[in-house]
Design a protein around this ligand. Structure first.
Ligand SMILES: CC(C)(COP(=O)(O)OP(=O)(O)OC[C@H]1O[C@@H](n2cnc3c(N)ncnc32)[C@H](O)[C@@H]1OP(=O)(O)O)[C@@H](O)C(=O)NCCC(=O)NCCS
Length: 226
């Protein structure tokens, strides 16, 4: 009986130690979560219940093993974290401090992605490649970038510092710093706080299929006239 109680105390002690270590080493991330999630009520809630933080803790461990070429172990940890949190961060990705993944489910961060400091990702974000290319094939995300829910940022492109990617955008070209990009394919609608493309008709600009249909209609009209 005493033996079981001792084991219990040891386990509780290890759990508490783990929480203390996470609080110390992931302080920036917890503070960013508190700042960026209006629903976050406190430090302990974030520490215990935010899967974005848990995925990041697992990523840091996996990344350590990746760097010393223990690829299987690194990938194993990352897949376990994916199973538990719904967030898939490849252990090869490079992530700065203060990343906050809000809600998290369905986030995918590819192997050669680079993420700067204080970035905010919402659920369903993909930082992916565009095909079967090798080498650096995933995006580089600058500091203080926000990527909205469901957005896909694809290929070896750069999203400049302080930029916003709208929810559900598909971004396949570089985005300069201090910009807002929305739609499919992603179009820059704001830069340095100023609206650009003032005459922007979002329905047509954001829907390339509609644009093609309109062009075809014009050509049919011309042919009919002939
Ligand atoms: C893009 C975003 C950052 C807004 O940026 P903003 O600079 O405040 O832009 P505005 O609201 O002034 O909108 C600019 C234009 O883009 C359009 N727009 C905004 N978000 C858009 C989106 N996701 N997709 C397509 N168009 C969008 C607006 O309708 C507006 O068009 P208009 O100029 O014709 O009126 C924001 O809409 C967004 O998508 N944030 C992500 C938030 C998120 O994912 N939350 C999840 C919480 S769980």
């Amino acid at each position: 009986m005493t033996c079981i109680i001792n084991i219990l105390f040891i386990l509780i002690g290890l759990g508490v130690l783990k929480l203390i270590l996470i609080s110390i080493f992931f302080y920036d991330e917890i503070i960013q979560a508190k700042k960026k999630d209006p629903a976050a009520k406190g430090f302990l809630e974030i520490l215990l219940l935010y899967q974005g933080l848990h995925a990041l803790v697992a990523y840091r461990v996996a990344h350590f093993f990746y760097k010393i070429n223990l690829f299987f172990l690194a990938r194993f940890i990352s897949q376990m974290a994916r199973f538990l949190t719904g967030i898939e961060i490849h252990p090869g990705a490079k992530i700065g401090k203060g990343l906050f993944i809000d809600h998290g489910m369905g986030v995918v961060i590819g192997e050669t992605s680079i993420i700067g400091d204080n970035v905010l990702l919402y659920q369903g974000v993909t930082l992916g490649g565009t095909g079967l290319e090798k080498g650096k094939r995933h995006p580089t995300i600058g500091n203080n970038v926000v990527i909205g829910t469901g957005a896909k940022v694809l290929g070896n492109i750069t999203i400049g510092d302080n930029s916003y990617v709208g929810s559900n955008a598909v971004v396949i070209k570089d985005v300069p710093p201090n910009s807002t990009v929305v739609g499919v394919p992603g179009r820059i609608t704001k830069q340095d706080g100023k609206k650009i493309d003032i005459s922007l008709d979002h329905i047509h600009v954001l829907d390339p299929i509609m644009q093609n249909i309109e062009e075809l209609e014009k050509r049919i009209d011309k042919l009919e006239k002939k």
